[in-house]
Structures are given as structure tokens and as C-alpha cells.
Design a protein around this ligand. Structure first.
Ligand SMILES: Nc1ncnc2c1ncn2[C@@H]1O[C@H](COP(=O)(O)OP(=O)(O)OP(=O)(O)O)[C@@H](O)[C@H]1O
Ligand SMILES: [Mg+2]
Length: 256
């Protein structure tokens, strides 16, 4: 099997003649936390939407474990173990934290409403629910309504419901967006924890986050790949510094 779980070949997206993603060749190594970064308008979200099949590419191919999935629908890639968090895994606000995670697990295992399945199956399910709550540090809030959780904790719950689907590749779209420092650090550590034994591809603006947890980074600018490497490498890459100049230069350098 290939070292790369996800690859793109000359992935391109044009909007009425404007090239938002320009012949991007991504290689996401199995087991890595891979970050997609770049200044505003670089094409990160468009690229992410191509990978999660929310957008259809103009040209190029997407390979998952060596299989061409370019023509597949979101539901098909979800079945292949590619799960996009923060969009698909809706949280039910009026249910408790515990109920939300349980429903996520039931959806995945297909045991929803099979109440006749007996106590053993239910107990096994509950054990899994509690393990997931422990993983994301929400056990003490199990009985709280999802709607009552603070913002950062809601994200943790979303991660738990995504984890319930046992993704092989987890795609995160700006997981720390709109968070205060404390929540950013919490969610960063949480991603690191849930990334064990799987692969994570994340779009992220926050350089502190990517410098802390990303094994590898791809820097996009004007739709094309500008640089690639670990944080130390890309953060001192002249083209990267130039691309960030003005907008986020301080952020890029200020991470360490
Ligand atoms: N549906 C669309 N139609 C036309 N142009 C688009 C569309 N979506 C994105 N673009 C353009 O493509 C370019 C890349 O946008 P994209 O949202 O992918 O960038 P980004 O890297 O996610 O930026 P940000 O950091 O601001 O989120 C931008 O110039 C944007 O205006
Ligand atoms: Mg974006």
C-alpha cells in the first residue's frame, strides 16, 4: 500500500475563467497531521471543498489509497472513511452531549432504534460513548444540553461525533476559527489526541496551531502550491514570507 492516503494530481478549479486552484499536487502521508495554509484568497477552502466533493474539479484527479475518487459523491467517500468534520457532523442542540455521541455511534453502526437488540449491545454502545467522551474531555458534561456548551466545547463534541464514524482520514476546516486562546489550545491538543492512529488534513489560519501539531504543511498562494515541508522549513521559506507579507507576516513569524 502507498505511503500516501490522499493524493491529488494537477487538481484545478476554475470559476468563470478565474483559476482558484491551479494544478495542485498534494500528498498526504498516512498517519500525519497535514495542514493546508496560505494567505487570504489562496484557494484553501476551494481546495478543501474539492477534496470533500462539495465542488467538482475542472481538471485533475483525486486519489484515495491509490483509487481514483474524483467522480465520487460525498456519501461515497464517507463510506471509504473520509469524514469532514464541522460541516457534516451536525450536533443536535436540544439533546445532551451523551445523546449526541450515542446517536453518532448508532448512525455509524446502524443500530438506531433496534431497541430489541438487547441489553448487551446497548451496554457495549454506552461503553463506546463514554470512551469517546473521555477522549474529547467531555465526560463531566455528559448530561449537559449541547446548546448550553461553550463554543470550544461544542467543537469538542463535534469532534467526538466525527470520531464515532471511525474516520481513516479526518478533514478539518479551520477547527479553531473564532476561538479565544484557551479554547484554541484545548482544541489543538484535542486534535493531536484524536489524530493518533489516523490521518488528519486541516485547513488552518492559526500559525500557532499548525506549528504545534502539523507534521507537514502545504502552503498555497494564488491557487498554486508555493512551498511544502515541516513548519520550520516553510516558515522561513522566502516565497512564503513574501506571500504573507503585509497580511499575516507577524503571525507567521510570531509563532515561536
Ligand atoms: N464560487 C466562487 N466563484 C468565484 N470565485 C470564487 C468562488 N469561490 C472562491 N472564489 C475565489 O477563489 C479564490 C480562492 O478562494 P478561497 O475561498 O478558496 O480562498 P481561501 O484560501 O480559503 O481564503 P481565506 O483565507 O480568505 O478563507 C478567491 O479569489 C475567491 O474570490
Ligand atoms: Mg477559506
Amino acid at each position: 500500500m502507498s505511503d500516501y492516503i490522499l493524493e491529488t494530481r494537477d487538481l484545478t478549479k476554475e470559476f468563470k475563467g478565474f483559476t482558484a486552484v491551479d494544478r495542485v499536487n498534494l500528498q498526504v502521508r498516512r498517519g500525519h497531521i497535514h495542514a493546508l495554509i496560505g494567505p487570504n484568497g489562496a484557494g484553501k477552502t476551494t481546495c478543501f471543498n474539492l477534496l470533500t466533493k462539495f465542488l467538482v474539479p475542472t481538471r485533475g484527479t483525486i486519489l484515495l489509497n491509490g483509487t481514483d475518487i474524483t467522480g465520487e459523491k460525498p456519501a461515497q467517500i464517507a463510506r471509504r472513511g473520509v469524514i469532514r468534520s464541522f460541516q457534516i457532523s451536525a450536533v443536535f442542540p436540544h439533546l445532551t452531549v451523551l445523546e449526541n455521541v450515542r446517536i453518532g455511534l448508532q448512525r455509524f453502526t446502524g443500530t438506531s432504534f433496534h431497541f430489541w437488540k438487547g441489553l448487551t449491545a446497548l451496554r457495549q454502545l454506552d461503553a463506546k460513548v463514554l470512551a469517546l467522551l473521555d477522549l474529547v474531555d467531555l465526560r463531566d458534561m455528559a448530561q449537559a444540553k449541547a446548546a448550553d456548551l461553550p463554543y470550544g466545547r461544542k467543537r469538542a463534541l463535534e469532534i467526538a461525533t466525527t470520531m464515532a464514524m471511525e474516520p481513516e482520514l479526518m478533514l478539518l476546516d479551520e477547527p479553531t476559527q473564532g476561538m479565544g486562546h484557551e479554547d484554541v489550545d484545548r482544541v489543538t491538543q484535542l486534535i493531536k489526541r484524536v489524530a493518533e492512529g489516523r490521518t488528519v488534513l486541516m485547513v488552518e489560519h492559526n500559525m500557532r496551531v499548525v506549528s504545534t501539531i502539523a507534521d507537514r504543511l502545504t502552503v498555497l498562494a494564488r491557487g498554486a502550491v508555493l512551498a511544502e515541508g515541516n513548519y520550520a522549513e516553510v516558515s522561513r521559506h522566502p516565497a512564503v514570507l513574501e506571500a504573507y507579507m503585509g497580511s499575516e507576516a507577524t503571525e507567521l513569524q510570531g509563532a515561536h
